[in-house]
Design a protein around this ligand. Structure first.
Ligand SMILES: *Cc1c(COP(=O)(O)O)cnc(C)c1O
Length: 238
């Protein structure tokens, strides 16, 4: 028996998954009168090897998302030759700010003012301008990451004024067990309020493998898709 060539097999697997996700995105766009160009698909590559990022880049993917600094930093270094935009989508620990601003183009999880200060200091130190999104806790439970909707305006203002950082918009995860239509409608309202004060901060990062159509219907601009593209993740064993 001859083993199938694993890289070739993986390449066609990823190509098929990408085509399927693109079809879902186009269907949702058609259903809601939006255009594909308004949307950025972020391939969430956490737990998957740099070889997969390379294949995805060959298939035309330009945006990748990671949620753990150590893993992301290693992959960013390994993939430095690829034309990729790096999204940090996890909770940001203040003591990781220095590492994250070195490779991240857009940080999705800004949820407290102490973090704004730390990121700003480190971005200025390395001379980069790093995009930031205010993460919103749509269930008003900030202990699981994200700022309460009521705290978003102050955080947005802090980001807009922070040297080295650029306020780009908002991000949220639909709370577990919630109706994504309701959750993303609330996020859209929060996003509108931010844009009123900060025109140009027009990113709405919402929608994952299971709820991307609902997110598109409620104005998402950035989709963070892992499982549907790369497969079911096996938990990290370290
Ligand atoms: C892992 C992750 C995703 C991707 O989720 P899937 O259901 O695998 O598509 C999106 N957003 C965040 C914040 C994540 O941590």
């Amino acid at each position: 028996m001859i083993d199938p060539d694993p890289p070739a097999g993986r390449r066609s697997e990823l190509a098929a998954a990408l085509a399927d996700v693109e079809r879902r995105i186009l269907d949702a766009c058609r259903a809601t009168g939006r255009s594909r160009e308004e949307l950025t698909l972020i391939a969430v590559t956490k737990t998957y090897p740099a070889a997969d990022l390379r294949l995805l880049a060959e298939l035309g993917v330009r945006d990748v998302g990671e949620n753990r600094d150590q893993e992301a930093a290693a992959k960013a270094a390994e993939c430095a030759d690829l034309p990729l935009t790096w999204h940090f989508i996890g909770q940001v620990q203040t003591n990781k700010a220095r590492s994250i601003v070195a490779y991240a183009d857009l940080i999705h999880g800004v949820d407290r003012s102490r973090l704004v200060a730390a990121l700003s200091r480190e971005a200025v130190r390395v001379g980069r301008e790093v995009g930031c999104l205010v993460q919103v806790a749509l269930d008003d439970r900030p202990e699981r990451g994200g700022a309460r909707p009521a705290d978003v305006p102050a955080l947005a203002a802090a980001l807009a004024e922070a040297p080295g950082l650029r306020l780009r918009g908002v991000m949220a995860v639909a709370p577990l067990g919630s109706d994504p239509d309701v959750a993303f409608a609330r996020l859209f309202e929060v996003a509108q309020a931010v844009q009123k004060e900060h025109p140009g901060a027009d990113v709405i990062s919402a929608g994952m493998s299971g709820d991307l159509a609902q997110a598109i219907a409620k104005g998402a601009t950035h989709l963070r898709v892992g499982t549907a593209l790369l497969g079911r993740r096996t938990p990290f064993v370290r």
